[in-house]
Ligand binder design. Sequence first.
Ligand code: AMP
Length: 248
Amino acid sequence: MKILVPVKRVIDYNVRPRVKPDGSGVDLANVKMSMNPFDEIAVEEAIRLREKGAATEIVAVSIGPAKAQETLRTALAMGADRAILVQCDDEVEPLAVAKILKGVVEEEQPGMVLMGKQAIDDDSNQTGQMLAALLGRPQGTFASKVEIEGDHVSVTREVDGGLETVRLAMPAVVTADLRLNEPRYASLPNIMKAKSKPLANKTPADYGVDTTPRLRVTHVGEPPVRQAGQKVGSVDELVEKLKALGVA
Ligand code: AMP
């Protein structure tokens, strides 16, 4: 079985985002960019499925600028077999990403699309769901456990009340949650090897997708600055202050 793993290049999760002075977005100039953390988890899970013998090939795909090649090389260094860059220099919204991924799925015919539940830059949590809908295939979102059972996949999902297990007929779309696994670091020899793994270049037009945005960002702002606290000398003083505020 082939597994397709979409990976997005996003601002590194350790970086404190700076808002552009005109409020039009986040300033990405000279900022460290990395693979979306949930996508690292998806790549790791795909590798584990291949190690267990449940998968035979892992194809990583990224939709983004030429620099997204670095993200794909990271996926290749972790263990993906080959990569596809769908080059697009402007921001691509989840629906357009899902339409492009649909085209990739039709071309590659994977048994499973294993992706992140959410990109940490837009926090949309939409692409996997939209892709499953466009393909008319089952979806297992927020996966904390993935087990292949013949031509089905059993996905344990993290839901509000606890854990829910669903059994999906493949091909299926699965989105990874935080507790699915701990991704491996790529070793230096594997980083070197990744440089010679195949990476195909495509464009959204190859899949007949128009990536013109449908949404307009009206304003991006810093979160409100936290107010300074007050130190109290005793519990009685605390209770007095709370009473004065009308909360006790
Ligand atoms: P989102 O719906 O934007 O929160 O993204 C959910 C998941 O869709 C991510 O974790 C990725 O696996 C995938 N994805 C979103 N945007 C892209 C992109 N530009 N390239 C590749 N995969 C993407």
